[in-house]
Design a protein around this ligand. Structure first.
Ligand code: SAM
Length: 268
């Protein structure tokens, strides 16, 4: 089991030091490297020769150009598919996260940190972890944080990790947010099972994604049909509910607008 509990337990006091020098997991004895602005908790971060290919839906977002463009036009296009936009999506998520107030929130697949910054600024959580697999998205997150005086960076940490292998002890997290991410994950079932593992009992998971089109989908949205959607993995409403419940969540609920879905569920 991968549980660098040192990191979450000592986030506030040790973060500057571990950002500078990395740290060793007290449980498995593995060393993790620091990249100065974020902590790299992927398994093969220190590997010299071995490279592991990820699916293109993960690799796309590692590009410096895509990371730069993400909040400069790319994300705004999601509105055409029914996404209400970051402000409204944040407000909707905050409603679901009420049972997690005062706790630790992980913004999984945070991209350039647009929601991580909102969660940190809200003052609702004691700690916020902005987590992504893309080094360049994390660099972009850091640049946005640096440019914003209103963010209390003391409660916001940046972590590189794979959603299918989250670097937190079981039952240690109060809330997990995953905005516009499920369709990008290599294995949604591994990811959601892992989110379930790290959440405490009563912890809340909120995610958004694009729905796969059905016969009732307006023609303009049909490009999101799985057969012609390139490498993305778009699911139907029924598939998402089935998947989330199969991974052990209860109290499933969702809101749908065109191809946009926000779903929430709780760990029993
Ligand atoms: C479309 S962006 C979403 C960004 C942001 N959460 C939002 O709501 O706009 C999808 C993100 O998923 C991340 N991602 C893809 N595969 C991942 C993986 N295996 N583990 C963690 N994050 C991953 C990408 O790097 C990218 O930043």
């Amino acid at each position: 089991m991968f549980e660098p509990s040192f990191f979450t337990e000592n986030l506030e006091t040790c973060r500057p030091a571990i950002y500078r020098s990395g740290f060793k997991c007290v449980k498995c004895n593995k060393s993790y490297s620091s990249k100065n602005i974020y902590l790299d908790l992927t398994l093969i971060a220190g590997a010299k020769e071995y490279v592991e290919a990820q699916p293109s839906r993960t690799e796309l977002f590692r590009s410096p150009l895509v990371s730069f463009l993400y909040e400069r036009g790319w994300r705004q296009n999601f509105n055409l598919s029914g996404f209400p936009g970051p402000d409204e999506e944040f407000n909707m998520a905050q409603e679901y996260f009420k049972p997690a107030e005062g706790g630790t929130l992980v913004d999984v697949s945070c991209g350039s940190g647009l929601f991580s910054r909102k969660f940190a600024k809200s003052g609702t959580y004691s700690k916020v972890v902005a987590l992504d697999f893309s080094e360049n998205m994390l660099r972009q997150t850091y640049d946005f944080i640096k440019a914003d005086d209103t963010i209390l960076s003391s409660n916001l940490a940046l972590v590189r990790a794979d959603v299918s292998r989250l670097p937190f002890p079981s039952g240690s997290i109060d809330a997990v947010h995953a905005g516009a991410a499920l369709h990008c994950w290599p294995s949604p079932s591994n990811a959601i099972a892992e989110i379930n593992r790290v959440l405490r009992s009563g912890g809340v998971f909120v995610g958004t994604t694009f729905l796969r089109s059905t016969s009732s989908t307006p023609a303009i949205l049909r490009p999101f049909d799985r057969r012609i959607a390139g490498s993305y993995n778009y699911l139907t409403e029924e598939e998402i509910e089935d998947l989330v419940k199969s991974c052990g969540f209860t109290n499933y609920t969702c809101k749908v607008q065109q191809a946009f879905i926000m779903f929430s569920a709780q760990k029993p």
